[in-house]
Design a protein around this ligand. Structure first.
Ligand code: MTE
Ligand code: HPA
Ligand code: MOS
Length: 799
């Protein structure tokens, strides 16, 4: 038996953290997640835990069994008369606009004449129990006229069938350089998608309000978009809709746009029936009906010199978008922005296709296309190393952005050069060179087990690539007992955003974090919010919260100067400070709570709304040039694997991570994000395999046939260190975003597996290894190596 729970070896040491302004638990401390105890003892309330309201009804949808078809007829009579059914709706019952698409539309809430994927909702039922609702939808009689279905990227490319136009980014002249380069390589990789598998499935509960409006509690990363779409579906103004989120049980991008259908459906019934409605998707429906990470087919041609330095490269990235645009414009753009990962391209042309397929519309997933984009260049680095007979790490280091090579293919300069030194440090701390030698010896000695090693970096651009989303608001209220309530536009999905905001506010006033409560995100408190996405939750909302603190502090300081100055002393702002739960005014200190009471009695406003917009960023999509990111978050990982070359089975032996979070706001939460992101990325690249049958029906539709990593899959030797160097851009306490970037550290596991395969050819050949690199795919890659070596001989030793 393996140990079930092992504490990770990590750097944060709470005791060594300085207390900014004497704020106990404030910024820099490894304060516990604000809901940690509630998560453990089960009292943290998720939507399905909310006590049932009188007259509550449950929803189920009847969905398409066809990938592409005309609906010839729809007979719902048996559904309507089924036990427990109170109401049945089709698209004809939608009073407003039948579309829940986030940017371009194209996602009907209920299908009209045509269906475009297996799982597309056609009608919905509200019944007195979920069981009855689910039973009733099965009684529908739907007649289809099947149409030709396009299920694969390759088919869409051949037909030039895209959900949005193809886009290119270009720097220099790659065509010319590709012709003249001394060495060339061409390759491709198919990177499969990923199911979000949030522990809490998609869910919303809506009820009517007295003035014809709707209050919805929803598991979404984007409360304001839900508010807007409910307004559009019901044709009512936005000030009648309140959308509220206390917490999600995980989201990972899957609840950025695709929570909307549930919220809108619940709102539609709540409005029609004037009753409360709960719509939760059973796991299987959730897997069938909601979008996933995009599959990508990536192709490249590259030219390089004798040292392995890239001279020019062309990338063609083709994403499987599904039937509608959803967020695919931004996702494929982000893949293109990250086709360089950490390397200077010089001359490059990057083409991004958004392929239309008759499958569920794919959506945001941690990294937002970035991970898929990076896979191409990381594969390429290993291929260059193989051609030149060099260690892949040396090729990677040679190609890094560095002092005199800073310009990306989209025109932004990589200003803060973190990776050259970070990699150097990790190379030493993880003992890369001597382990490489040991592995070579091991591989020479062992016939059936081969080891592989890889160090891969991550450079991830921080900011929404859609400019207007880079803003946030916060509402801070201080009560007369000196406690505070902060409300902001971000949502909590387990990542610890609320905790970090609590720390920011406590630090601003120099008080203990217990004084600060962070309450549910609500569109009637902070309006027009951006989705909590792009890892920007803390960057944006932390700054907005800090701005609200500054506004109130300014009023409090003005009051203190006025109230405490006298004939003998004229106070200035410099005489007032907020520290150690005290307000110090000249020579006297007053407990914070007492001072607040005094301020209230003197009619000082004790609430304020803060706002923040990210400076410096711009991007012109027509020229594909600009500065879309405020800064980059960086990291690197070394992974070691061992592979059984007779079966393709493998084990991740050791992982060493060094990750750049700037000046950490909360080292424990940051390390948690790094560990979780890494393991989730490892699942994506190794065990999680989405599969459909040839009619477009999802086969991997339950945990029994879709394998997410468990506690047992966490490498036994896993070390995470923070590279604590201040962000050189002005961010909240000089920190950096952490949510998505660590996922891409898992590319090192995939590269190590490929390295182990290549070792069977003495690194003379490197096989293609599509993902997920399941034991089966590793086996076929080994087979390819065996063929290279001339027939049946593995490493020249086995028959
Ligand atoms: N961590 C947990 N525990 N649960 C999640 O759903 N989502 C990830 C990341 N970390 C997620 C998570 C994704 S996709 C993003 S964009 C960020 O958190 C969003 O939160 P942040 O901007 O506050 O980091
Ligand atoms: N990342 C995540 N979500 C988004 C983005 C992005 O860059 N742009 C729009 N939604
Ligand atoms: Mo994260 S994919 O930006 O929600």
């Amino acid at each position: 038996m393996r140990k079930l729970i092992k504490p990770a070896q990590t750097t944060p040491s709470d005791a060594s953290m300085p207390s900014l302004n004497g704020s106990k638990g404030g910024v820099g401390h490894s304060s516990k997640h604000e809901s940690a105890a509630k998560h453990i003892n089960g009292s943290a309330q998720y939507i399905d835990d909310i006590p049932v309201l009188p007259n509550l009804l449950y929803v189920a949808t009847g969905f398409s069994s066809q990938a592409h078809a005309e609906i010839k007829s729809l007979d719902l009579s048996a559904v309507k008369s089924a036990p427990g059914v109170v109401d049945v709706v089709t698209h004809l019952d939608i009073p407003g606009h039948n579309d829940v698409g986030p940017v371009y539309g194209g996602d009907p809430l209920l299908a009209e004449k045509k269906v475009e994927f297996v799982g597309q909702p056609i009608f919905a039922v509200a019944a007195t129990s979920l069981k009855q609702a689910k039973k009733a939808v099965k009684l529908a009689k739907v007649e289809y006229q099947p149409l030709a279905a396009q299920l694969e990227i390759e088919q869409a490319l051949a037909a030039e069938s895209f959900v949005l136009p193809t886009h290119t980014m270009q720097i220099g002249d790659s065509e010319q350089v590709l012709n003249s380069a001394p060495h060339k390589v061409a390759g491709q990789i198919y990177v499969k998608g990923q199911e979000h598998f949030y522990l809490e499935g998609q869910i919303s509960q809506a009820w009517p309000t007295e003035d014809g409006g709707i209050h919805v509690i929803t598991s979404t990363q984007h409360p304001s978009e839900i508010q807007k779409l409910i307004g559009e579906i019901l044709s009512i103004p936005l000030h009648l809709v309140v959308s509220e989120v206390r917490r999600m049980g995980g989201a990972f991008g899957g609840k950025e746009s695709q929570a909307a259908a549930l919220a809108c459906m619940a709102a539609l019934f709540a409005n029609r029936l004037q009753r409360p409605i709960r719509y939760k998707m059973p796991r299987r429906d959730d897997m069938i009906q909601t979008g996933k990470r995009h599959d990508f087919l990536n192709k490249w041609q590259a030219g390089f010199d004798d040292t392995g330095l890239l001279q020019g490269v062309n990338f063609e990235l083709s994403a499987k978008c599904g039937y509608s645009p959803d967020l695919s414009e931004g996702i494929v753009d982000r893949a293109m922005f990250h086709a360089d990962n950490a390397y200077y391209l010089g001359n490059a042309k990057i083409t991004g296709h958004r392929c239309k397929t008759h499958t569920v519309s794919n959506t945001a997933f941690r990294g937002f296309g970035g991970p898929q984009g990076m896979m191409a260049i990381e594969a390429l680095m290993d291929e260059i190393a193989c051609q030149l007979g060099k260690d892949p790490l040396d090729i990677r280091k040679t190609n890094l952005y560095q002092a005199d090579r800073t310009q990306t293919h989209y025109g932004q300069d990589v200003e803060q050069q973190v990776l050259p030194e970070l990699i150097e440090q990790l190379e030493t701390s993880a003992d890369y060179r001597s382990r490489r030698k040991q592995i070579q010896t091991f591989n020479q000695k062992n016939t059936y087990v081969k080891k592989g090693l890889a160090l891969t970096p991550v450079k991830f651009g921080i900011s929404f690539t859609v400019k207007h989303l880079n803003q946030a608001g916060a509402l801070l209220q201080i009560y007369t007992d000196g406690t505070m309530l902060i409300n902001h536009g971000g949502t909590e999905m387990g990542q610890g955003l609320y905790t970090k905001i609590q720390q920011v506010v406590a630090t601003a006033f120099g008080v203990t974090i217990d004084r600060v409560n962070v309450s549910a995100t609500r569109t009637d408190k902070v309006p027009n919010t951006s989705p909590t996405a792009a890892s920007s939750g803390t960057d944006l909302n932390g700054m907005a919260a800090q701005n609200a603190c500054d506004i109130i502090k300014t009023s409090l300081i003005e009051f203190a100067i006025e109230h405490y100055s006298n004939q003998d002393t004229t106070l200035t702002a410099n005489d007032i400070s907020f520290k150690n739960d005290l307000v110090t005014i000249g020579s006297q200190s007053i407990p914070f709570g007492e001072f607040i009471k005094l301020a209230y009695m003197n009619r000082v406003p004790l609430f304020a709304a803060g706002h923040y917009k990210t400076p410096k960023i711009f991007y012109d999509r027509d020229t594909a040039k600009g500065q879309p990111f405020l800064y980059y978050a960086n990291g690197a990982a070394v992974s070691e694997v061992s592979v059984d070359i007779l079966t393709g089975e493998y084990k991740v032996e050791q992982v060493d991570i060094l990750h750049d979070v700037g000046q950490s706001l909360n080292p424990a939460l940051d390390v948690g994000q790094i560990e979780g992101g890494f393991v989730q990325g490892m699942g994506w690249l190794t065990t999680e395999e989405l599969s459909w049958d040839n009619k477009g029906k999802l086969i991997s539709n339950s945990p029994a046939n879709y394998k997410i990593p468990t506690a047992f899959d966490v490498p036994e030797k896993m070390k995470v260190d923070l590279y604590q160097q201040q962000n050189t851009e002005v961010t909240i306490h000089s920190s950096k975003a952490v949510g998505e970037p660590p996922l891409m550290l898992a590319i090192s596991v995939w590269a190590a597996l490929r390295d182990a395969c290549a070792s069977t050819t003495e690194h003379k050949f490197i096989p293609r290894l599509d993902t997920p690199a399941t034991p089966e795919r590793v086996f076929w890659a080994l087979k390819e190596c065996q063929e290279f070596m001339g027939g049946n001989k593995l490493n020249g030793q086995v028959n």
